[in-house]
Design a protein around this ligand. Sequence first.
Ligand code: ADP
Ligand code: ZN
Length: 520
Amino acid sequence: MPQTPLETLNSLFGYESFRGQQQQIIEQVIDGQDVLVLMPTGGGKSLCYQIPALVMDGVGIVVSPLIALMQDQVSALHQLGVRAAFLNSTLSFDEARRVEQDLLNGELDLLYIAPERLTGERTQALFARLKIALFAIDEAHCVSQWGHDFRADYLQLSLLHQQFPDVPRIALTATADERTRQEIIKRLALEQAQVFISGFDRPNIRYRIIQKQNARQQLLGFIRAEHPGDAGIVYCLSRKKVEETAKWLNDKGVNALPYHAGMSHELRQSHQHRFLMEEGLVIVATIAFGMGIDKPNVRFVAHLDLPKSIEAYYQETGRAGRDGLPANAWMAYGLQDVITLRQMLAGSNADELHKRVEYHKLDAMLALCESIGCRRQTLLAYFGDELQQGCGNCDTCLEPVETWDGTVAAQQALSCIYRTGQRFGATYLISVLLGKADDRMRSFGHDKQSTFGIGQSLGEKQWRSVFRQLVAKGLVEIDFEGYGAFKLTETCRPVLRGEQTLMLRKDSLPEKTKRSKAES
Ligand code: ADP
Ligand code: ZN
């Protein structure tokens, strides 16, 4: 007996009401329209195609790249009494035949299928004989070469539309940056699809990004002041730093455990288990930690190193406050982070296109760090999710950033880069600006050069801040081949010519510094 979407939600899935835009999405699909759904992991994407498949005539075909997930979903559906099956390489020939027979008999409401299987002749012949309610394309970002999960088989999926123009398609992904979205639309021929972007906001997480001075000490100050005895995750880039930081925190009385891929499997398992089971443990980890970790009461996530993209930052910070109670996402970052990440990228084996993609992602991350507006707005805007007003729950909302006119300083810094031949990094350039000559500088003759000593109205820290912001704003780029030397870009011209004023962030001392000094 046919049911409405809401009845199906209530009686079959046991949920009271739809979440976010689920209902509109479901209605569109039932109405025969194509849709693209961008929702973070855990947002409730599955129901968006499961319910239409159950309500509509015929079988819903779900393309999914992950065999393990396919099996999980199908067994979960069986538990609810839903007629579902999958077709992938794990099935024997006979098993696959049985599924095909069930399909032909109209005995299935949902069929999960691996993308490589979809375009084969056998499948095509089978589909031609079925009443198909909808096509769901899960993990749709796999069609994008811009991302990391590219799968060539996904490129064939636009064929579905050509062969079954009347069957509605629903593409779903948790990756929502603009580039990926455009690529999904183009490659899957979803130009007519209505796009739903929602649910990326995690309102209980307070975002805070501070300037690195002495990061470990800053972290300790933060934990002591705001999270004594709380469970938290501290992310570091390298295994060595993970080990050192965990040890150091323990010495300072914080109960911390290391976690990285260089540790034995048993030890990692044991630390992960303790983190999940015990109260108030801090885990210091590389990004190897976190996949599939579902601990609801992680009260803070701290970054001692810059993540390489906004997606990574969002995912890692998203492990805080799953229980909905207030949680902190705290990060200390500095110019060296950017240089390190760029050098790592430059030295990687990735092809040129991929490197360029990664540089762009890093730039977006940097822009978030240097943002003078609401962090949450910047973060959500990256995912295409809009926030009308400042959130009131991030550092820049709570304590508006002070700015200063950095035009002259920027001109001095830019000239200094130029006059010294675009061959040096921040430390050397700052010495020139401050007029601190050593033998090396004298041997280059830079103590005689016009920008020598012109920057004495600022201190070293302020200069670092200026250079960092010049990089973040794209006026200066870091030369990866040349040991991280600074080079000018086209965008710096208007500033050099005095045609553009440059407002810079005034880096205040990180909060709590005084208190943590007194305590440690
Ligand atoms: P995604 O595929 O987006 O990662 P899921 O579809 O697996 O997310 O859903 C995440 C969780 O949210 C599941 O446990 C699901 O049952 C639950 N959920 C989804 N929609 C609702 C709803 N309307 N009400 C209550 N729980 C929901
Ligand atoms: Zn805000």
